[in-house]
Design a protein around this ligand. Sequence first.
Ligand code: ADE
Length: 255
Amino acid sequence: MHFDILTLFPGLFDCVFEESIVRRAVDAGLVSIAIHNIRDYALDKHHVTDDTPYGGGGGMVMKPEPILGALEAVVGAELVARQKATGNVEVPIVLLTPAGRLFRQEIARQYERHGRVVLICGRYEGVDERVSALAVTDEISIGDYVLSGGEIPAMAIVEAVTRLVPGVLGDMRAVIEDSHASGLLEYPHYTRPAEFRGLGVPPILLSGDHARVARWRREQALRRTLERRPDLLEGADLSDADRRFLARLRAERSE
Ligand code: ADE
């Protein structure tokens, strides 16, 4: 899996990619990350990357030429143009913006299947719209809040996609059981000690009965999802037993 990241602040990525899972994935040759400084592609002698907005108003807008120049240098002008002309995405070119569609596990899976993705980190008030018109194939937000730029969202995407690359996580069960992997939030976890500050562990987890543990976990995941993110239940993969359990929970709540 290869990531190209276009940013005005390459240094922000140093420590995040030098630790933990992403670092191990890079060291193992399963993932590669290239960070490109948009400023290097500014055409004028002062390397200006932003300008005031047409129509007035506050703030600055990122100029289109440096970003397009960087994209064409990184993936090639033909690919950029071809994707826009045909609508067939070979390498997703993603603009991080609070105005994008919401990032989800399913999008992480799609990016992993592409094998390569380009992430453009917007800054200031925004990016000149012609970058999207000419090159971007996907505009993504990581949540309904505003950050100062797309760098942290890009880190989040790199991490979410890296976890899905085969071989990156030793235990693939962790991927399968993650929150969102099955469309539900994850069940609660416990480890030793069996009692901590007066709080025990659900006895079923100590029973050794794997089938009952699996059913309990499933029901906890359903209960949590109903309580915290009921919107997810519509798209989740539910069995008849799941539906019966949810109906019972809903009935209990309305009593
Ligand atoms: N840039 C600023 N805020 C953002 C967000 N929530 N998601 C993606 N990019 C952003």
